[in-house]
Each structure stands twice: as C-alpha cells, then as structure tokens.
Design a protein around this ligand. Sequence first.
Ligand code: UD1
Ligand code: CA
Length: 464
Amino acid sequence: MPLAVGAVILAAGEGKRLKLSGPKPLAPCLDKRLVDFPIRELKKFFAQNRLEGKITAVIGHQRELVRAHIEKNYSDISFAVQEKQLGTADALRAYFNSSTSTTNYEYTLVMTADTPVIAEAELSQLLSVIKEENLEAVAASYIETDPKGYGRIVRGNTGFHIVEEKEATEEIRKITEVNSGLYLLKTKYVLEHLAKVDSNNKSGEFYLTDVFKDGLNVKAHCFLESETFLGVNTLHQLETVENVLRRKIKRAFKEAGVRFIDSSHCYIDSEVEIGEGTVIYPNTFITGKTKIGKNVVIEMGAQVTDSIIDDDARVLAYSVLEGAHLHSKATAGPFARLRVGADIGPEAKIGNFVEIKKAVLDRGVKVSHLSYVGDAFIGEESNIGCGFIACNYDGVNKHVTKIGKNCFIGSDTQVIAPIEIGDDCFVAAGSTITNNLKNGDFAISRGKQITKEGLAHKFIKKKN
Ligand code: UD1
Ligand code: CA
C-alpha cells in the first residue's frame, strides 16, 4: 500500500513587513507567486516517492484572493480556513478541522507559503530520516549565523524543543541552530500533542513549535545549506530569494551544457527550457514559457519572453522577443523587435530596427533594416529592402499583406493592405503599392524626377 501523507501549506498570515499590496502568498517571485513554489515541490515530492495524499492550503488573511489564485492554477488543492490568525498551531488545527480525511494520513507534512527555495529533495530527505530512524516527528533545522527572529533548536539528551525568539533567554538566543518551519510528523503524534498546545507565552499565540519536546522520539534534522530555508518577510528577503532561485536554475542549465558568459546578470524564469550548446551573454532576460533549442546564441541585452527559438538560431544584441518563433538558423537583431505572432522561418534574417508582429516569414526571407511588418505573409527567399512598411491599419481595422516567394521589394516601399503580391515580383524602391501584383510583375510608383542643371545655388541658403 502506498504511504499516505497529508501536506499542509500554512498561508493564513498577514505578512505585514513585506509592504506589498495583496496577501503575502501571492507576492511575485520570478514568474510565479510565492505559494506556487511549495505547491510545485510538494507535487514533485508526491510523485517521486509514489505517495498517496493531498495538499491543503490554510488560508486566512485576504483568503478569497489566495483561494482564487490557487483554484485558477490547480484543480487538486484543498483549503482550510483559519478565521483568526492565532498562531501556527491554531493554523494546523484549522487544517485538521477542515476535513476528517486529514486525520487518516499516516504522516502530516507542514510547510509555509513563504519559503520558496525548499525543494522536493529536502522533503524527500525528511521522509527518509523519519522512516529510517523510525521517528514520531522530524523538524528541518539549519545553522543561521544571524539567528535573530527564528525559533532556536534546544537539543535534549533525547528529543528537542524549540524556543521562539520572544521567549528566549540571552543564553538560548546565542544558539545558531534554528527552526525552518518545515516539519514531517506522524499524524497520530501531532494530533496528540497539538491538543495540548496553549497560548501562555509572550505573544499569546499558539505555537506549533510546542509539539516538539525533550525526551520524546523526535529529531531536528540539521541541513547544511541555509540558503534553502530563506523565508520571505521583507522586500530585501524577496530579492535575495529570487536570486537564489535564479542561481539554482542557471546552475542546472550549466550542468546540462548551456554556457553563460557571466550568469550573474542573466535572469531566467523557472519554466524556461534551453538546449545544450547554447550560449547566453550577460544582461539578458529569458522569461515566461520560453523554449530555446540547441546551439543558439542569445547576445547581450536580449529580452525573450514566451518565445520559441529553434536550434542554431541567433538573437543578436538588444533584441526583444515576445510570443515570437525564430526557426532554426534564423537571426534577429541587433535591435530587432519580434512581437506576438512573429514567425521567422529557417535561415531568415531580421536586421536592426525591424519590428515584426503577427507575420509569417518563410525560409530565407530577409528584412535587414528599419522596417515594420505586421499582419503579413512573406514567401521564401524574398528580400525586403530597407525602410519597408506594411501599412496594415486603416484607423479602424487591421488588414493583411501577402507577398509571394523570391520577390525583391525595393527600399522605402509602403504596401497598403489588404494587398497581394505574387511570386517573383519586383517593386522598385520608393514605391507606394496600392494594387495587387500577379506572379512576375514589376511595379514602380514614384514621382518623375526633374533635373535643372546648375540650379542648386538658388535653393542653398547661406548663413551670413
Ligand atoms: C515560525 C516558527 C519559528 C521558525 C520560523 C521560520 C512558530 C511559532 N515559529 O516563526 O520557530 O523559526 O517560522 O520561518 O511557528 N501562519 C498562519 N496562521 C497563523 C500564523 C502564521 O497560517 O496564525 C502562517 C504564515 O502565513 C506563515 C507561517 O504560518 O506562512 C509562519 O508564520 P510566521 O508568523 O511567519 O512565523 P514566524 O514568526 O516566522
Ligand atoms: Ca516567517
């Protein structure tokens, strides 16, 4: 029979010190919200260890917002409401009162919503410790050089107890082993001891930490990496935690064969994929659901969001891609802007100061300089000269431009959409195209040139 674990995320507190509007569990963290991290890692933990059970979030402060976010993004998370934030033990009582099934799981795992670095590995390690040492409960601890504000681990001959900062004597405050707030407990054990927790302490709160006692079969398992347990109470801590998470993401990419010139200034979100052999320059933002293939180059200053970049493509310096697809061996930039729906075919070339929106450019198309291409299809190997504009908007509606393959569109050409240009067409530079062209047509539309020999002096104004 698979082992059953009831996992609880304590997310009812107010988090006043964060100074953000909205509840703390919904504070932004990389491309997600704080509460998404424990949920994601718990799901991995359940899968990894083939556990049965469910995840419950204890909500309280601004609970409708927290609930709405979780319900929108996950279908399998339960809720327990803690009416008043009377402390962490009270929050866990709210969990056990929320449904009778909570008391049936063999183990109860408690996490908080504000420690996004804790990963499946730590959760799995606690599970092995409690099983292998046949313990009633285990608390994750670590060494904190500046332990102020944390509960201190006071080890007995057997067992241990936790003293909160407010209750601690000078002597106990010197202890640097602190409580992380992550616990795995036998459900039977926690139910028995939770019932005895009172609020006779300096803050009048029910401390969950009081379920750990000397002389009992409980253990504080001390982890070496203190970074793992960083909590988010202030904006400074939020920045620190985001940097730690990004470092972990970049470390994993390096191990998978992605090369960074200086990864300290690369910002990569948690769902991004990057293939082996890709090189990333500094000052780059790669965010959202971006997928980057193998042997791609992302140069400095590039910003890539929700985009697909296939193998061997290159994003040159200071280019911005959002919802774009750059096919294999295509290049964009420097200073290119590919907006939503820009689909740049294999070996195509988008140059500097070119904006592309909702446009499919086939294999080998070149738009090398200073152009706008919106709502368009351009056939393979067509060359679009400098300063091209697809005039797609009539002030009310957007219209489509179609250009066939192997066309040569001269520089400084505007096409007034809706418009269709066939294959193998030639449009002379400086033209404004308003009528469709059939395959092989030539078009020119510009004012006739008049030359007056030697008359320039009449028009050149001289400063006196
Ligand atoms: C808690 C621990 C402390 C530990 C620290 C680690 C207790 C008594 N102390 O202190 O030993 O070192 O975490 O970060 O547990 N919450 C509720 N309902 C409540 C109160 C809190 O859901 O009534 C939630 C909060 O939203 C938060 C978590 O529980 O996610 C922890 O609460 P917090 O007030 O931050 O506890 P700390 O004082 O940090
Ligand atoms: Ca805290």
